[in-house]
Design a protein around this ligand. Structure first.
Ligand code: NAD
Length: 469
């Protein structure tokens, strides 16, 4: 792909219904997305089912080689992809944002291609030889959200393709162009029909989740939609991997160094302007260093430029959509009205075009306040005071979600002790939200089930088969 305009033109439909996608920073049009129907979905599933057996027959080595070439293709078009992602999603090119996301797509493809997966000999005692293999599932459905649209699509499709499946992707209605462009680039290196994006609405998602020809659904999105998908999938007993909502807690222990941890805390909470499932959403800070942590965090946050993503200076962007903006504004206003202290932000400029909400820090807030208890999914961080570590652990574990959590301390052994008591799929120490394609990732409680990444992530895209002779 040579230029941004050529990439955009290549995904712009010549015929059929389209929808104009608007830049969340300016309100200006970014491009036209196709509005695909359930009939388009049927055609994509039929093409996938036709392409899948030959792809499966290639074997792991040839499929891995194709995925490595697909990673190269992403890198060749990296700047154009990042620009489109920035314009559609809002995230800046710079910082841990659009270029970082495109880079992660290539990295995840490479690790999915390079992770060894051998048949396991479970028993071999002279009488019984039992081996555990993983066969392809067939056609996998991938349904994704709008916050990290390219990276999460790769998280879903890279292991699916590696394991010999075909994939039909249903992107979020908010960010279809990013996913269409990514698939266009990947398809430079993949057989026809194997990977198709169906840019439809919830009706298309629901049909995909219930379709008899879909063997597994990889879903990343809200807990409410995850529950709807469980229901849609039940008649056909579909396999599911569900990465759902979170509301991650971080606990700062009394021995932490406020200055040393402030920047890590900031990015743990504000990466992608807070629109991240496993971002730090509730910070519990010990009484003895509460003021110091508030001060250090405020000075780091105040220095982070927010604005149009195409401006290289910016590292924070707008909320992707008005609905999300309204959720954040409502929860911060409710916190203010309850008597909480706004350390920074909370004062969006009503005359600014776009869905910009400033980075907001809220102190002296009660643990039951909705800004703490609900997933606000934006650039606001409530900082809750505690005096007893057991009390902090109880508060951290009190919600019915448990995606990530973190412990901040100068004593690694003490931090691990507290980490083991937290009900979350991942607990980070002195960092938050750092995902890695080699390390399994998944939620506890209503944050979902099933693991992604690493060898566990590959196994989740196969049907286990025991050969017992
Ligand atoms: P969402 O649940 O509203 O939408 C996700 C996708 O599901 C969209 O493509 C949507 O069209 C589709 N969908 C909607 N109704 C459907 C139905 N009945 N059947 C099938 N598909 C349907 O989520 P969102 O607002 O796009 O994303 C934000 C949420 O995603 C947050 O809760 C966030 O925590 C979560 N998330 C989780 C992870 C994770 O790894 N756990 C990662 C990113 C985002």
């Amino acid at each position: 792909m040579e230029t941004y305009d050529a990439l955009l033109a290549s995904i712009t439909p010549d015929t059929g219904e389209t929808r104009t996608i608007l830049d969340p920073a300016t309100g200006e049009p970014v491009g036209e997305a196709p509005v695909h129907s359930v009939e388009d979905l049927e055609a994509a599933i039929a093409a996938a089912a036709a392409a899948q057996p030959a792809w499966a027959a290639l074997g792991h080595d040839a499929r891995s080689a194709a995925l490595l070439k697909a990673a190269d293709a992403v890198e060749r078009s990296a700047e154009e992809l990042a620009r489109l992602l920035s314009r559609e999603q809002g995230k800046p090119l710079n910082g841990p944002n659009a270029r970082f996301e495109v880079g992660a797509c290539a990295a995840w493809l490479r690790v999915a291609a390079g992770t060894p997966l051998e048949a396991e000999v479970v028993v071999d005692d002279g009488e019984t030889r039992a081996e555990l293999h993983y066969r392809p599932i067939g056609v996998v459905g991938a349904i994704g959200p709008w916050n990290w649209p390219m990276m999460i699509t790769v998280w879903q499709i890279a292991p699916a393709l590696r394991m010999g499946n075909a994939v039909v992707v249903k992107p979020s209605e908010y960010t279809p162009l990013s996913v269409l462009a990514l698939a266009k680039v990947l398809n430079e290196e993949l057989p026809e029909g194997l990977l198709t994006v169906v840019s439809g609405g919830r009706d298309v998602g629901a049909r995909l989740a219930g379709h008899p020809a879909i063997g597994k659904v990889m879903f990343t999105g809200s807990t409410a939609t995850g529950k709807a998908i469980i229901r849609s999938s039940s008649d056909t007993v579909k396999r599911l991997t569900l990465e759902l909502g979170g509301n991650d807690a971080g606990i700062v222990l009394p021995d932490a160094d406020p200055k040393a941890i402030a920047e890590g805390l900031f990015w743990g909470a504000f990466i992608n302007t807070g629109q991240t499932c496993a971002a730090l959403k509730r910070l519990y800070v010990h009484d003895s260093l509460y003021e110091a942590v508030c001060e250090e965090l405020t000075s780091v946050a105040a220095a982070m430029p927010m604005g149009n993503g195409l401006d290289e200076n910016n590292v924070l962007g707008p909320l992707q959509n008005r609905q999300q903006y309204e959720i954040v504004a409502r929860l911060v206003d409710a916190a203010r009205n309850s008597g909480a202290r706004i350390l920074l932000g909370g004062n969006p400029d009503p005359d600014q075009p776009g869905h910009f909400y400033p980075a907001t820090l809220v102190a002296e807030i009660d643990n039951n306040n909705p800004l703490v208890a609900e997933e606000q999914f934006g650039p606001a961080l409530p900082i809750i005071r505690y005096s007893d570590v057991d009390e902090a652990v109880t508060m951290a574990n009190a919600l019915d979600v448990g995606l990530g959590a973190s412990v901040w301390s100068s004593d690694p052994a003490r931090a691990r002790e507290i980490a083991a008591r937290l009900e979350a799929g991942t607990v980070w120490i002195n960092k938050h939200g750092a995902v890695d394609p080699r390390v399994p990732f998944g939620g506890a409680k209503q944050s979902g089930y099933g693991l992604e990444f690493g060898v566990e992530g590959l196994k989740a895209l196969g049907v286990p088969q025991v050969i017992n002779g």
